[in-house]
Design a protein around this ligand. Sequence first.
Ligand code: ADP
Length: 262
Amino acid sequence: RRIALPVPAQPVEVNQLAESFNALLETVNAHIAQERQFTSNAAHELRTPIAAVLTQVQLLQRRAADHPEIIPQSLAYISEESIRMKNLVDSLLTLSRADRAVLKLVPVNLQDVVAAALTRERPLLHQTLMVTGTQSASVVLGAAESLEQVLTALLDNAAKYSPATSTITVDLATTATTHIIAVKDEGMGISAADKPHVFERFYRADSARTPEITGTGLGLAIVEQLVRLNHGTITVVDNVPRGSQFVVTLPRVDGKSEKISE
Ligand code: ADP
């Protein structure tokens, strides 16, 4: 009589399946935890300005009739906090749209994107703005508007986190397969401990949490998402001798080996 032996491959396969399943479960759980954290952070961030507005309204209701002199300051405070709320809600909407978006990608010349962003930003920023690097057409497959949005956000941050008298540089470079836009500033820089977190939703370095610098901590999360939609990557490194440097890398379509597709 022949005895059927267990097929040796089978337990291995089952184990592998179980392992893959567990890995998948872990990813799903991590995702759910992240979503919960995000909702909780968003609620918390909105609660602060809402509470501040409510306090001022109640103050006005109780005291404005007898003390009209408090009215202007109270209204200014309400206006400031309302703007904070509006910015936060606008950013949340932009992020949610970017999370779901699929962009139509067409050949875009980065030189045009840089020129458009600089034309818009130049009148708004105190710093000196410079463009260096590649001068010839740098074509990527992208969505011009979203790339402009990326550049504008990086320039706004560079301006926000560096002194008015410094220089902000947009540097364009090209490798065999990519075009690279780097936005460099001479500001406060980002510590090694903060660097891995700055693209996380709601993350703000302690050094950025001063009364003079306002922000939501969502700007770079939106930027990262938009870069991803353009099939690119973004990293942050130190600028030399000081400040930060955000580096956006996009696949080029004007290389010798690749065709430009519509
Ligand atoms: P925020 O609204 O706080 O500016 P972001 O998502 O745009 O939010 O940036 C996240 C954090 O990264 C900021 O709070 C700040 O700590 C840091 N950061 C971003 N850009 C710069 C920069 N150019 N220089 C220094 N720190 C920066």
